[in-house]
Design a protein around this ligand. Structure first.
Ligand code: ATP
Ligand code: MG
Length: 393
């Protein structure tokens, strides 16, 4: 084969006894993700996962994109394998990296010798290959401190590999190693990012969306399903539970004081989400809440909302600035969909003067006007389960 991928493990290398389980999970995830692009041999050696096409019909670009979204990989590079001799290594550098090298202002060679039986050590190998390249490309200066381009040579067990600069992988831990959590997914910018961040820690996710037809439109629901679909690139297929929320919102509007509308609504969301989460074997709820962003996201308001939940609640965006959240949304490709202008059920019946420092007892008293249990039961009965798959699944 004249091109393969080397994927370097991230935090997994810090694992002790569990390391093998993490590695096997990651290999399995990579195999599954590259499969639609052809037959690849995926194996692990020396903290590196090799992804090797088995024939010429493999779609390398497609597989490369897929690997870039697999959690557990710190960095990745496309390489040319070659025989473990200096002549073969030099020839591979010329044919594989020659174009890029010729356009650089300066370069250096960085070598790693994992196979200690190779006769030159790393420094000698870099000097040897660097010397020959300096002669072949006299217009490109050698700069070992701050080079414009770095040629990498790795002498490993089975072969030597040459490549240009590595690119960052998706980071995090392999999906499936951290259990499962349920993400409360709205159509906004924040909750898809929150879901992504939890998934990045190795967690499988399911999503729950509250939908208030006709106050929120069919389009708003489609937008949320599209956001879930965009997340499947990273987290794989998932179920989205779409909960009919209209009756609850109308009951709150008709029977509760306006200043508590949002808080009482959010307490209903959490109760229902917890029941659905447990049904899916999820061990935590995840929201896109962010301290101080809106009235319902003060510490006092979050305490009132959280008081009805008996699962751990994770708020991965809690301490971030909006700009930081937007940067991640852009990077993971959810921003454009999130900013489509459809309403969310949170914006239906919004109080003019919401309580920013609510007291639990007062909220409980306001809520006592409602038959909470049967409203929750009916909403659960009025839930549609939608399976959302990654395109290539
Ligand atoms: P987002 O950008 O995620 O919509 P937001 O800043 O608009 O967040 P809120 O609307 O107050 O914040 O909602 C806070 C969190 O509550 C959301 O991040 C999400 O986790 C959850 N949430 C809000 N609305 C819904 C909904 N309709 N369905 C499911 N979860 C929701
Ligand atoms: Mg929202």
């Amino acid at each position: 084969m004249n091109e393969i991928f080397l994927l370097k493990l991230g935090e997994i290398v810090l694992k002790g006894q569990n390391r093998r389980a993490f590695e096997n999970c990651l290999k399995g995830n990579i195999r599954r993700r590259v499969k639609p692009y052809g037959d690849f041999h995926v194996y692990l050696k020396q903290s590196t996962i090799y992804v090797e096409p088995e024939n010429d019909s493999c779609d390398l670009d497609g597989a490369w994109e897929a690997c870039a979204a697999v959690f557990g990989i710190a960095s990745m590079c496309r390489c040319r394998p070659c025989e473990k001799t200096t002549d073969a290594i030099y020839a591979a550098v010329l044919s594989y990296l020659g174009d890029e090298l010729s356009m650089a202002k300066s370069f250096k060679v960085e070598s790693k010798r994992a196979d200690k039986s190779f006769p030159l050590n790393s420094i000698q190998l870099s000097q040897e290959i660097g010397g020959r390249l300096a002669e072949a490309f006299p217009q490109v200066a050698v700069d070992v401190h701050n080079p414009d381009y770095t040629v990498h040579v790795e002498v490993r067990d089975f072969a030597a590999y040459v490549h240009g600069p590595a690119v960052p992988g998706a980071g995090g831990l392999p999906t499936g190693m951290g259990g499962r959590a349920a993400v409360l997914l709205s159509g906004g910018i924040d909750s898809p990012v929150a879901g992504y961040m939890i998934a990045k820690r190795g967690v499988e996710i399911e999503c729950i969306h509250f939908f208030s037809y006709p106050y929120t439109s069919e389009k708003a629901k489609e937008k949320v399903l599209e956001l879930a679909h965009l997340l499947t690139r990273y987290c794989g297929r998932m179920t989205v539970d779409v909960v009919g929320f209209t009756e609850i919102q109308e009951a709150i509007r008709d029977h509760c004081p306006e200043e508590y509308f949002t808080l009482i609504m959010r307490r209903f969301m959490m109760r229902i989400a917890e029941k659905i989460a447990r049904e899916h074997g999820c061990r935590a709820l995840v929201t896109g809440e962010n301290l101080g962003q809106v009235a319902s996201q003060t510490m006092e308001a979050m305490a009132v909302t959280g008081a009805v939940v008996n699962l751990p609640m994770f708020h991965p965006l809690i301490g971030m600035d909006k700009e930081e959240i937007v940067t991640i949304a852009r990077k993971i490709g959810t921003l454009e969909t999130s900013i489509l202008p459809y309403e969310d059920c949170c914006t239906v019946f919004t109080p003019r003067h919401p309580k920013t420092k609510p007291e639990l007892q007062q909220v409980e008293a306001a809520e006592a006007a409602l038959d909470v249990e049967s409203l929750v039961e009916r909403a659960l009965a009025n839930t549609e389960k939608v399976t959302v798959k990654y395109d290539e699944d």
